[in-house]
Design a protein. Structure first.
Length: 152
């Protein structure tokens, strides 16, 4: 998709703060409010902009313990893959799941309150999923960079 410079700047501004009004955006882009509105609608209709979300402070909701869990399936058959993926979608602690290449088959991003809650999650939920051969957990010590912005 070809985006012009104005579209790219608009997307950048929305990625920084999507609650800006079309009036605020129009002043930054030197466009009319109507032109900004139409560009946003076009980007939404083309699914360049998929949705708007609130980013939550994990510490305020007691979900500051971040774990990256690597999963290796027993076998990489269609039955095992689809079963695992269907079951992982049900786990609210898992915020992201990636099917990856390399030594492991999946990487999960998991937010919980603390180590005790993670242990309970592993024992009662994650390892209860059929076809998991092994897991490897890595715990975040410090968040150095975390952005939702994609550079254009």
């Amino acid at each position: 998709m070809n985006l012009d410079a104005t579209d790219k700047k608009l997307i950048s501004l929305l990625q920084k703060d999507s609650k800006q009004t079309t009036k605020q955006l129009s002043l930054q882009l030197n466009l009319s409010v109507t032109a900004v509105y139409e560009r946003i609608k076009k980007l939404e209709n083309l699914h360049v902009i998929e949705k708007y979300v609130a980013i939550i402070n994990r510490k305020k909701i007691e979900k500051a313990f971040l774990v990256f869990c690597h999963i290796k399936l027993v076998q990489h058959s269609i039955e095992y893959v689809t079963t695992f993926e269907r079951e992982i979608l049900k786990l609210r602690e898992v915020s992201e799941c990636f099917h990856v290449s390399g030594e492991y088959d999946y990487i999960l991003k998991i937010y919980v309150k603390d180590m005790d809650e993670y242990r309970n999650f592993m024992v009662s939920k994650l390892t209860a999923i059929k076809y998991i051969g092994s897991t490897h957990s890595t715990f975040a010590i410090e968040e150095v960079k975390n952005t939702t912005t994609i550079s254009l």
